[in-house]
Ligand binder design. Structure first.
Ligand SMILES: NC(=O)c1ccc[n+]([C@@H]2O[C@H](COP(=O)([O-])OP(=O)(O)OC[C@H]3O[C@@H](n4cnc5c(N)ncnc54)[C@H](O)[C@@H]3O)[C@@H](O)[C@H]2O)c1
Ligand SMILES: [Zn+2]
Length: 369
């Protein structure tokens, strides 16, 4: 197994990556074992993996899991409220431990419940999607959506441990796997050339990556995010670099009401848009722009941009909470493994980038005869 420390002084914790790691929870959690524990998961994850995880969780002292309804629409106040009610009825006290087993939705809701219950109890995460392993489970951001706004309410509440077991990914649909792979590529473009090289040289589909290749890709992405979080836990400045591909990505998700793209697919499109913008500004060479484009496309097909015009996307970008001034903020790649936060992107520039994306997309779609 690979162990990655997240250094946050007294709140330091370890992120473990390894095939089979989820069956070794009692050993990996060391000092946390033996405390009253409650597992929170979703129905789908538990029906697929409950049997495998049960014994190791029971050895930890956990009782029957609390199963949340799955899916982004349930990352809500209602789910959070119901979970807090269950925690109260369970009699869990301040010394209790909450164990989140699932994708980003379970992690975000359970983490926020852990942050709020009795003003904060300890929690650990066992992410079960690739996206959760490399992104949502790392860094302590937790939250729920409001009907009108994604991640409208949340907190920073670091877990005490993260255990990422790639064996759990065997049951994950291809699209979900690719979704995580786009985030891994994003991490490489932000700051890990070797990671990008390994993605380009290995099999295209994450399904075909060897065990060590998968573990290494996950660990490299986590290392990058962990380093950024260590230096800027509360997203004052540096942590913004992690939003590479997310300015356009979030807008694509919002205008399609989170139905057309998975998060990673939207980030894949956003990565291309950022590379194009950077090249137009003379910040990125043609060769590097082309390398980022082909590395992105290699990960597989993304749902098309058909029917999406620039104006609603621009409006969505401007509404995004990450916008600080009248002009738009973008994270732009300046090389493979290096990015810069640019705060003065004109709407017209962004519009051209969006047009370029739709043109690329159209040229790739098979013509209807
Ligand atoms: N907190 C953060 O810093 C952060 C960062 C990135 C994303 N997020 C959040 O993460 C969420 C997306 O996470 P996600 O992509 O993991 O989605 P998800 O949690 O909705 O999981 C996707 C689907 O896969 C199922 N699933 C989970 N594990 C499985 C497995 N091993 N096999 C088969 N099916 C499985 C789930 O039941 C669900 O239906 C979003 O809400 C996003 O806002 C948070
Ligand atoms: Zn993301």
């Amino acid at each position: 197994v690979i162990e990655i420390p997240l250094e946050l002084g007294a709140r330091r914790y370890s992120i473990t990556v390894g095939h089979g790691a989820s069956r070794l929870l009692p050993d990996l959690l060391g000092g946390l074992a033996g405390r009253p524990a409650l597992v929170v998961s979703d129905r789908r994850v538990w029906s697929l993996h409950g049997r495998r995880l049960g014994p190791s969780l029971r050895r930890l002292g956990a009782r029957e899991p609390v199963l949340l309804p799955g899916g982004e629409t349930h990352k809500s106040w209602q789910t959070l409220g119901a979970l807090l009610g269950t925690l109260m009825r369970s009699g869990l006290r301040r010394d209790g431990l909450l164990i989140a087993v699932g994708g980003g939705v379970v992690g975000d809701v359970a983490g926020l419940a852990a942050a709020l219950y009795m003003r904060g109890i300890d929690w650990v995460v066992v992410p079960t999607t690739l996206l959760a392993m490399v992104d949502s489970a790392i860094g302590g951001k937790v939250g729920v959506n409001h009907a009108r706004s994604k991640n409208a309410a949340g907190a920073f509440h670091q877990p005490r441990a993260v255990v990422a077991d790639p064996e759990l990914l065997a049951t994950l649909p291809d699209r979900q796997l690719r979704s995580g792979a786009y985030e891994i590529l994003k991490c490489g473009v932000i700051g890990d050339r070797a990671l990008v090289r390994s993605l380009v040289e290995g099999p295209a589909s994450p399904r075909d990556w060897s065990r060590p290749a998968l573990e290494n890709a996950i660990a490299s992405a986590i290392r990058l995010k962990a380093e950024v979080v260590e230096r800027d836990e509360r997203e004052r400045d540096l942590r913004r670099v992690l939003n590479l591909g997310h300015t356009i990505g979030h807008a694509l998700e919002a205008v399609t009401r989170y139905r057309r793209f998975t998060h990673g697919e939207a980030v894949g499109w956003g990565l291309l848009g950022a590379a194009w913008l950077a090249r137009e500004r003379g910040l990125l060479s043609d060769a590097n722009c082309e390398a980022i484009t082909s590395a992105t496309d290699r990960l597989g097909p993304r749902p098309s941009l058909a029917g999406l015009s620039p104006e609603p996307l621009l409006a969505a970008i401007a509404r995004d909470k990450k916008v600080r001034t009248g002009r738009l903020t973008f994270v732009l790649p300046t090389a493979i493994g290096r990015v810069r936060v640019v705060e003065d992107v004109e709407r017209a520039e962004a519009r051209r980038a969006l047009r370029a994306l739709t043109a690329v997309d159209r040229s790739k779609r098979p013509r209807t005869r």
